[in-house]
Write a protein that binds this ligand. Structure first.
Ligand code: AMP
Length: 373
């Protein structure tokens, strides 16, 4: 993932793929021009890197020059193409090959054809590294192209987003997935942490587990850790104002995240409302609250097992576990109604093999993503 100004981009074409396409183009053009000395004209700024790599792969005598045109501003083509650096001098009677980075609508191409038609070159051809066939109006023949690509906004390898990203060696496309924020809801031992570990990888989300943050602070003997310890030791909830503040700091510390999984938060009505207000102030929202369901017997067995492995004291004592269930039933369970009334509650069976439950969750999230697009 690459962040440029306010947008995120995901890998699309590797450097090897791009260079492979350029080598093929250079060989094809070399075959056609080996008996001439063509002038390659790169179209600035986007084609500077392409022009360079193309020439390194062109084996016969040739010359190089540039024109400079501009039409994009941000993500959209403005429709007005300006000439910032005009056609080179001394091109009369010569064979010209225009090197473009990308042909999409064809507007820049139209301007180029117009520019070169007004000269007395012997002939000129168009070679474009990338070509968006779905978008191109087909007005002029594109004589050579490296790769046909779908209609996605791309950056890198000379191409920019608001002048950034031209230095990237590979090509990236705009990340179209909008942010997704999920609350994983369920009793202790329901598998929230286990599943969050898979989901955060698959959907590139930041996982915030309030329990983990508290344990980290206890381990490092911070002020927050000392405060939380007495509550956690008994299986009681840490006071809301402490937890809410901590959660907000975690979100604020991850401004680049493409979404969050909240695990173990909210656990009270006050936390749920605070979360909605806080996210709202940042133009964000909870997309789904997923309740992982399992019965007490299964949960107690899981927690005692986990207690043996992790050494967590609150997992080793059945009285503490039962107290956590009571806390859940009294303070957290009512939140189901809160999210249900917002139409955001999704119940998932949390009993089965870990991978089966992951599968249930990913099916649900995939569906949510397509609906919300
Ligand atoms: P967990 O790892 O989610 O089971 O949380 C372990 C303990 O951390 C809980 O029993 C609480 O004492 C404390 N804790 C975690 N999340 C919260 C929360 N949202 N509100 C209050 N206390 C919490």
């Amino acid at each position: 993932m690459v962040k440029l100004k306010d947008k995120q981009f995901v890998p699309f074409l590797s450097e090897e793929e791009i260079l492979g396409a350029i080598k093929k183009m250079a060989a094809e053009i070399a075959e056609d021009y080996k008996d001439k000395v063509p002038i390659f004209v790169g179209v600035l700024n986007g084609a500077f890197m392409f022009t360079s790599d193309f020439l390194k792969n062109y084996p016969y005598p040739c010359e190089v020059s540039f024109v400079k045109l501009s039409s994009y501003s941000g993500l959209t083509s403005t429709g007005i193409v300006e000439t910032l650096l005009d056609v080179p001098e001394n091109i009369s009677g010569r064979s010209v090959i225009i090197l473009e980075d990308i042909i999409d609508t064809g507007r820049t191409l139209q301007k180029l054809v117009h520019l070169f038609s007004n000269t007395n070159v012997k002939d000129f051809k168009i070679a474009s590294l990338f070509y968006k066939s779905e978008l191109y109006n087909g007005e002029y023949t594109i004589d050579y192209f490296g790769m046909e690509i779908p209609d996605k906004f791309i950056v890198g390898y000379g191409l920019d987003y608001k002048e950034m990203g031209r230095n990237l060696r590979a090509v990236y496309q705009l990340n179209q997935n909008r942010m997704i924020n999920i609350v994983l809801f369920g009793k202790p031992g329901a598998g929230k942490g286990t599943q969050a570990a898979f989901l955060k990888e698959k959907y590139n989300l930041k996982h915030i587990s309030t329990g983990d943050v508290f344990r980290y602070n206890i381990k490092n003997e911070t002020k927050l850790g000392k405060l939380a310890q007495s509550y956690m030791d008994k299986g009681d909830l840490v006071p809301d104002e402490v937890t809410i503040k901590m959660l907000q700091d975690e979100v604020d510390n991850n401004p680049d995240a493409s979404g969050f999984i909240f695990d173990g938060f909210p656990r009270t009505a006050a936390q749920a409302e605070a979360l909605d207000n806080f996210l709202g102030s940042k133009d964000m929202q909870i997309d789904a609250t997923i309740a992982l369901e399992a019965n007490n017997e299964v949960l107690i067995a899981r927690l005692l097992e986990r207690g043996k492995v992790s050494g967590r004291s609150d997992d080793q004592d059945e009285t503490k576990i039962r107290n956590r269930f009571d806390e859940y039933n009294q303070k957290t369970a009512p939140l189901r109604t809160y999210y249900e009334s917002q139409g955001k509650l999704h119940v998932v069976d949390g009993i089965g093999e870990i991978h089966e439950i992951t599968e249930r969750l990913t099916q649900l999230i995939d569906k949510l993503q397509t609906v919300n697009k």
